[in-house]
Design a protein around this ligand. Structure first.
Ligand SMILES: NC(=O)c1ccc[n+]([C@@H]2O[C@H](COP(=O)([O-])OP(=O)(O)OC[C@H]3O[C@@H](n4cnc5c(N)ncnc54)[C@H](OP(=O)(O)O)[C@@H]3O)[C@@H](O)[C@H]2O)c1
Length: 374
C-alpha cells in the first residue's frame, strides 16, 4: 500500500517514518510538511535536535523530498497525519474526501461519527468509520488518543472487564517530546543562567512556565479534559451508530517533567469488586495472552503488551520496551481505601502513544480487509 505522511518532519511524523521504514505491507511514497520544509530532503528539513536522531533511518528515506499540503496526491492508499490539530481540521477533512486517514491529532476525536482507536482496547469501534460516508467522504478519519490517555486506558481495560471500575484518579509526569519538536528544541537550548530567580518576588507565569532541567510545568493546556473525555469514549461501547461513553468517573492532574521520552503515571482505582494487587497483575498477564492471540500477527504489535514489573517503571530505561509499543506497569499495591488499588504505568508517547500505535491500527484495518489498496 502507498502511504503518505502529513507533518512528516515533526516528532510524531518522524515516528510514522520510522514505523513504516522496512514495513512488510506498507510503503512510504510521499512526505508533506509546512512551507518552510517544502523542497528540502527529510534530513535538511528536520530541526537540528531531531536530526541527531535520524541515523536510524536509511538514506533512501532521508533523501526523500518534502512536499507542501497544496500538493497532496489523491492516488495514495492511506495518509498518516501528524499535523498540529488546528491545521489538521481542514486538511484531514479535505483528504478524507478521497483517501483514508489515520491521525495522531485531536482535530476529529470528539465527533460523533469518529472512533478514538487503540487496537487492543476497542478495535471494533472501527465500524463507526462507515458513518463518515454520510459526510460525502470516500475515505475516513481514524484518530488515536492523546498520548497521555494510552497507558491509562490500556492498563484499566483488563480490570474494567473483570473486577469492574467505579473511579479512577491519575497523575501524569509527561516527557518533553510530548510537546513536539519546538519544546524539545527549547528544552535543549535553554540556559539556566537566562532565567529569572523565581523566589525573588512575583514572576509572571509565562516567564517561569519554561521547560528547563530542574523544573516541572504543573499545567498542560486542555490535557486533563482530553484524558477524561477520551478514557470514557474508548472504554465505552459503540452500538447502533452511537458511542456510549463508559460511566466510570475519571479525574487527573497532568504535569510536564524534564524527561525526553515516555509518559509516566500514577493511578488510583476504586474497583467494583474487591481484589488484591496479585489479582491485578494476573489479569494483566492473562490479557497479554489474549491480545497476543488476537493481534500478535500485526507487524507493529509487541510480543508482550503489558510488562508487569515488581519495581517502578522508569522512562529512561523502559520507554522503549517492546519497540515502544508495550506499556510498563509496576508498584501495584492495595490502598488504605476500600476496594482501592494503586499502580504506576509508563507508555511511549511518540510510538504507542502516537504514530506507531496508529500504524498498528492501520495494520489491523488492512488485515480485516477494511483498508484496501485503491
Ligand atoms: N509528540 C507527541 O508525543 C504526540 C503524541 C500524540 C499525539 N501528538 C499529536 O501529533 C501532532 C503532531 O505533533 P508533534 O509533536 O509531532 O508536533 P511537531 O513536532 O511540532 O511537528 C509538527 C509537524 O507539522 C508540520 N506543520 C506545522 N504547521 C504546518 C502547516 N501550517 N502546514 C503544514 N505542515 C505543518 C511541521 O512541519 P515543519 O517541520 O515544516 O514545520 C511538522 O512536520 C499534534 O496534533 C499532536 O497533538 C503528538
Amino acid at each position: 500500500m502507498k502511504i503518505g505522511i502529513l507533518g512528516a518532519t515533526g516528532t510524531a511524523g518522524l515516528e510514522f517514518v520510522r514505523a513504516l521504514t522496512g514495513h512488510p505491507w506498507f510503503e512510504i511514497t510521499e512526505l508533506y510538511a509546512s512551507a518552510k520544509s517544502v523542497g528540502k530532503t527529510v534530513e535538511e528539513a528536520c530541526s537540528v535536535d531531531i536530526r541527531r536522531e535520524l541515523h536510524t533511518l536509511p538514506d533512501t528515506v532521508l533523501g526523500m523530498t518534502v512536499k507542501g499540503l497544496d500538493n497532496i496526491s489523491s492516488g495514495i492508499d492511506l495518509l498518516c497525519s501528524a499535523l498540529p490539530s488546528d491545521v489538521a481540521k481542514d486538511v484531514e477533512g479535505e483528504c478524507a474526501v478521497h483517501t483514508p486517514v489515520v491521525s495522531t491529532t485531536s482535530a476529529y476525536r470528539y465527533d460523533e461519527d469518529v472512533p478514538i482507536m487503540i487496537t487492543e482496547v476497542n478495535a471494533d469501534h472501527y465500524k463507526a468509520l462507515e458513518l463518515q460516508k454520510k459526510r460525502g467522504w470516500k475515505g475516513w478519519i481514524a484518530p488515536g488518543p492523546n498520548c497521555t490517555t494510552v497507558g491509562l486506558v490500556m492498563s484499566l481495560y483488563p480490570l474494567l472487564h473483570t473486577v469492574g471500575i467505579n473511579k479512577v484518579i491519575m497523575s501524569s509526569y509527561q516527557s518533553v517530546s510530548g510537546g513536539g519538536s519546538d519544546l524539545i528544541q527549547k528544552w535543549k537550548s535553554q540556559k539556566k543562567a537566562e532565567l529569572p530567580t523565581p523566589l525573588e518576588g512575583e514572576v509572571p507565569l509565562e516567564t517561569v512556565n519554561v521547560m528547563v532541567e530542574g523544573n516541572v510545568i504543573g499545567y498542560i493546556e486542555k490535557e486533563e479534559e482530553k484524558v477524561q473525555k477520551e478514557t470514557r469514549k474508548i472504554l465505552g461501547s459503540y452500538h447502533d451508530s452511537l458511542f456510549i461513553p463508559n460511566i466510570l468517573r475519571v479525574d487527573c492532574s497532568c504535569v510536564r517533567v524534564p524527561t525526553l521520552y515516555g509518559h509516566f503515571e500514577t493511578v488510583f482505582v476504586e474497583t467494583t469488586e474487591n481484589c488484591s494487587a496479585e489479582t491485578v497483575k494476573l489479569l494483566w498477564e492473562q490479557y497479554n495472552v489474549l491480545w497476543n492471540e488476537k493481534y500478535g500477527n500485526l507487524p507493529s504489535s509487541p510480543k508482550k503488551t503489558i510488562h508487569v514489573m515488581e519495581r517502578t517503571p522508569q522512562p529512561y530505561f523502559d520507554a522503549f520496551a517492546g519497540g515502544g509499543m508495550s506499556i510498563v506497569t509496576g508498584r501495584v499495591e492495595k490502598t488504605v481505601f476500600s476496594n482501592g488499588i494503586k499502580y504506576q504505568v509508563l507508555s511511549n508517547n511518540t510510538k504507542k502513544g502516537a504514530a506507531k500505535g496508529m500504524i498498528q491500527v492501520a495494520e489491523y484495518l488492512y488485515s480485516i480487509g477494511f483498508l484496501r489498496e485503491k
